[in-house]
Design a protein around this ligand. Sequence first.
Ligand code: NAD
Length: 417
Amino acid sequence: MQIHQSTTVQMKEGALVVPNHITVPYIEGDGIGHEITEVALTVLDAAISFAYGKAKSIVWKEVLAGQKAFDRVGTYLPDETLENITASKIAIKGPLATAVGKGMRSLNVALRQQLDLYVCLRPVRYFTGVPSPVKNPQLVDMVVFRENTEDIYAGIEWKSGTEEVRKVITFLSQEMNVKNIRFPKTSAIGIKPVSEDGSKRLIKAAIDYALYHNRSSVTLVHKGNIMKFTEGGFRSWGYELARDDYGATQNVKGVWEISRGTNPPLIIKDCICDAFLQNILVKAADYDVIATLNLNGDYVSDALAAQVGGIGIAPGANINYSTGMAIFEATHGTAPDIAGKNMANPLSMILSGEMLLRYIRWNEAADLLISCIEKTIADGYVTADFYHLMQQDGHEATLLGTREFSQHLVRTMGKPL
Ligand code: NAD
């Protein structure tokens, strides 16, 4: 089925144009994907309907990827799927399995690279009642902008013992005068590209987000003390961008800030990644919007997610703010150990949908969804992942399956809060 332009989100003169009735492709996902995607779409429909009646709607159009695609059309990522997502600008996806050792590329990485989704966006906040390993999880309220296309994750590496790695090591030692490859005969080599263009477009997205959402600070998280040109470059380009494109100046204490007229300025600061991982445990309230490189971002977003309840509740999106293209996704995997058992927590998928609603500025539906999730968890209605931890902590809770939890959310939406 071709998607008709008038029902899709478009990008015009740098801004998203969103019709009231839109078609959005979804990838169901492998493993628990089927269970959590189905209920998430139902919950999102309910939020839109309660917020706008018949004035706005989403038609969800399934596009194939993963095992389901392979079983139906013999390929894991059909061209038609990419064409549909490209035409629609936005999509939502469940987790996809990556077969280990079968030479199949990660479908998630393929989607990010082919659509140049350079921002991995992960908001991390606490919902009262969610079991947490830290004393004050409510202090965590951060939005992580992780660079998605560069760094050591670009996949430029050579295996130890191969002809290719020998060539690279010979080039480095003979032509670049590199003396510190400790074991040249048995080394594997990886390359870490970090560019001014790639860093600045990511940091610009973080600053624009912070200004639009009136957040207090943007912290550049890096390891520039050791990797001076790559991670150090990221830090320097960040301050340069803030100064040259946003008019940031240093205040009397030497802190960089972007003026917001009568409102408090947006603070631009930086932190070394290892210190940052300590600080989020001991002074989480000091941080707000985070801009960081690919590998740091991977560690940082999982560490933060653990502080507020773990992967069952961690949403995400991969976005290109220039083209408007965005894929919203649960950040966890396919959870094969609980697949098909109606046990999975659908919140990561539902909250990814909430991010989608906010991205297209359907904020009333997004707000309704958040208040219902807050109430449902505060009332102790949870899935198995939270239930067992709450029991251990001596808190009362009601155990619900994936479907029943989602039905409870929809019922909550229908009642005045
Ligand atoms: P996983 O995230 O699937 O599971 C890790 C643990 O978390 C398991 O115990 C699982 O039961 C639990 N868990 C995950 N999601 C849950 C939820 N919604 N509710 C309750 N519990 C949940 O990680 P894994 O086992 O390492 O990976 C399985 C597969 O998923 C692999 O093929 C991997 O490549 C893939 N994967 C995909 C994505 C993605 O599509 N974005 C991300 C990570 C892993």
